[in-house]
Design a protein around this ligand. Structure first.
Ligand SMILES: [Zn+2]
Length: 289
């Protein structure tokens, strides 16, 4: 754990961080897709779980070091870690180790973006200290999330509450560090939060653009390469038909602009481009013409 892959995007540098692994039910990850189809893409373990990365992203610009998503954190008990197969130990977690492996200190982060507030995306927003107290992991740093996501995370209804653990984000809110966004917003020149609803109503992707090159941190809109085909939609999504239309629109624009796709949960692949030649979604390493 703690490995880093980096690449340039225009004048920015992207660092794909390894914030650990988790294992989620394969059926839940692929919704209506039958197991004989999905298990050829990502084989399940004896508990029907598939391995998933928690690949958070650092974007280095002229003046900012932006962290997108924070993994699962260090606050959950053994039972939770066993059910979800969380492996992210480090100092205090693999996220911080990976930030250091990229050549920075966790204190160097100037801005945190949460694509949404599920436990495997915002768990590292807070940290349990050795004395037991839970505090923001990036004190003094602004955290950006859609207002809709913040409200949805606090509904606490029976269908969604298992994914939203208040100790991941409420201490950050109490410290006044959350800044809410409504809709599309350019947060620093070249970096834009794009609403990508469906997985949750307030879920967002992050578009990164520099010197004519674009990248998209798609987050849970397309969690792995296997989820590229339109109907391969997670059972976790609260509005799957909205996911379908979001995906259709996003992938159309991605093809047109030759955008680098960045996958948060793919167990093997950090990023790639969609081939405009293939009818079936096919990932290639080099930017197509
Ligand atoms: Zn999620």
């Amino acid at each position: 754990m703690g490995d880093v892959v980096r690449r340039a995007l225009g004048k920015f540098t992207l660092y794909a961080l390894d914030a650990g692994m988790q294992r989620l039910d394969g059926g839940a990850m692929f919704g209506v897709v039958p197991k004989p189809l999905w298990e050829k893409k990502i084989p399940a373990d004896e508990r029907n779980r598939i391995p998933l990365a928690m690949r958070t992203l650092l974007v280095e610009t002229d003046g900012e070091l932006i962290l997108i998503d924070t993994g699962a954190g260090n606050k959950e008990d053994e039972k939770f870690r066993d059910i979800y197969g969380v492996e992210n130990e480090g100092d205090p977690t693999a996220l911080e180790d990976s930030i250091r492996a990229a050549g920075f200190a966790p204190d160097d982060v100037t801005l945190v973006v949460n694509t949404h507030l599920h436990f495997d995306h915002a768990g590292g927003d807070t940290v349990r200290r050795p004395d037991g107290e839970i505090v923001p992991a990036f004190p003094g740093v602004r955290h950006l999330v859609q207002k809709r996501e913040w409200d949805f995370a606090h509904l606490r209804n029976e269908r969604v509450k298992a994914s939203y653990l208040p100790h991941n984000f409420d201490p950050v809110g109490e410290a006044g560090l959350f800044e809410f966004v409504a809709g599309e917003a350019e947060i620093v020149p070249g970096i834009t939060l794009l609403p990508a609803p469906g997985h949750t109503p307030g879920h967002q992707s992050v578009r990164i653009e520099s010197e004519g090159e674009t990248a998209l941190y798609v987050a849970d809109l397309i969690p792995t390469v296997a989820h590229l085909p339109l109907p391969w939609i997670m059972g976790y999504d609260v509005e799957p038909l909205t996911t379908l239309e979001t995906k259709r629109a996003v992938l159309g624009r991605v093809l047109e602009e030759r955008t680098l796709l960045i996958f948060e949960h793919d167990p093997n692949t950090a990023w790639g481009y969609l081939s405009p030649q293939e009818k079936r979604p096919t990932l290639v390493a080099e930017r197509p013409d």
